[in-house]
Design a protein around this ligand. Structure first.
Ligand code: TXA
Ligand code: MG
Length: 305
């Protein structure tokens, strides 16, 4: 069990938080919407620890937080519409989903392997100070255990994630209390993916996605048939190993689930591009992060219409 410190927002707290984030840990930080659980978005294992701490049974693309529009444009491709929205509403409670620039420094687990990315420039001074001091983007979903209510006070975070994360920065109650508006600007008309504090008239609601963000049809899935629990592989199979089952690649030779989660989407992409016609994946234990890994693998293996 981890001891969870709570520090009031000040320079000392930011220094402590930066050290943890650069060491690959996640830290709860207030934003103007809700408290976020922030980790280095360029470090796959750090992002996997967010899922571990939240006890989340599936992988969703996470919102990546940056200091300003210029930083966002280094990561995503902004057309005129997207740039105008960023200029008007940032910093603030708006997330823009845009095409991901390639090659990307962002860990593939942060985008759940998608070719797009959700980017946001938060307005809260604590999150801004931390982003500035760390000099890198943060993946940050709401800082609550899976299925819980989004936290608007440090005490809510402590109740939900106490003993699972090393630090909560206490910035008092959040101003908005609900998560950011999410707009997709990926070409064509703007689409509203999640309603929130900012209303954008030009966006058409995309109801299917708002109700079931984890089930998004656009979630990355390989184009080839995929076989689960493979303890050996056929000649025409690209075998993704785990632990002692050492295939063409290995999610984690030491059987570490955090490492496996961090590598999952990269290895699925590689398997898709390999010469073999099919994909086989070694068994992954159904415990801890293994639950989310297996959920993703089962979806990837399910027949597609
Ligand atoms: O207010 C907020 O936005 C809070 C605070 C902490 O900043 N953050 C937050 O992040 O709510 P998160 O990671 O929980 O938001 C994830 C949601 C996904 O469920 C999905 O709906 C959307 O953001 N999303 C992220 N990336 C996406 C993408 N590439 N395509 C479609 N939707 C995406
Ligand atoms: Mg949430």
């Amino acid at each position: 069990m981890t001891i969870t410190n709570i520090l009031p927002f000040n320079n000392e707290a930011i220094a402590e938080a930066v050290g943890l984030i650069l060491a690959g840990q996640c830290v709860a930080v207030p934003t103007e919407t809700v408290y976020g659980l922030a980790a280095d978005a360029t470090n796959g294992e750090a992002v996997a620890r967010i899922y571990e701490a939240k006890g989340r049974p599936s992988f969703n693309p996470l919102i990546v937080h940056v200091l300003d529009l210029a930083a966002a444009r280094e990561i995503g491709e902004f057309d005129e519409q997207a740039a105008e929205l960023g200029e008007t509403h940032w910093p603030g409670p708006l997330t823009l989903v845009v095409p991901l620039r390639q090659p990307s420094a962002i860990a593939s687990i942060a985008t759940a392997g998608l070719p797009t990315i959700g980017l946001r420039v938060p307005a809260h001074p604590a999150m801004q100070a931390l982003l500035r001091a760390a000099g890198r983007p943060f993946a940050a979903p709401s800082a609550n255990a899976s299925g819980g209510i989004s936290p608007t006070r440090a005490e809510h975070v402590l109740k939900s994630l106490g003993g699972r994360i090393p630090l909560i920065i206490d910035g008092g109650p959040t101003e908005r209390g609900i998560e950011s508006t999410i707009i997709a600007a990926t070409g064509g008309p703007l689409r509203l993916l999640r309603a929130g504090p900012i209303e954008i008239d030009a966006a058409t609601p995309d109801a299917g996605r708002i109700e079931a963000p984890g089930q998004m049809a656009s979630h990355y899935a390989p184009s080839k048939p995929l076989r689960l629990n493979a303890m050996t592989a056929e000649l025409d199979e690209h075998w993704i190993g785990f632990g002692p089952y050492d295939g063409h690649a290995n999610l984690s030779a030491s059987g570490n689930l955090t490492e496996a989660a961090a590598r999952l989407f990269d290895l699925l992409h590689r398997a898709d591009e390999a010469d073999e016609a099919r994909i086989a994946v070694a068994p992954v234990p159904e415990a801890g992060l293994g639950v989310a890994i297996n959920d993703r693998l089962r979806r990837a293996a399910a027949p597609r219409s």
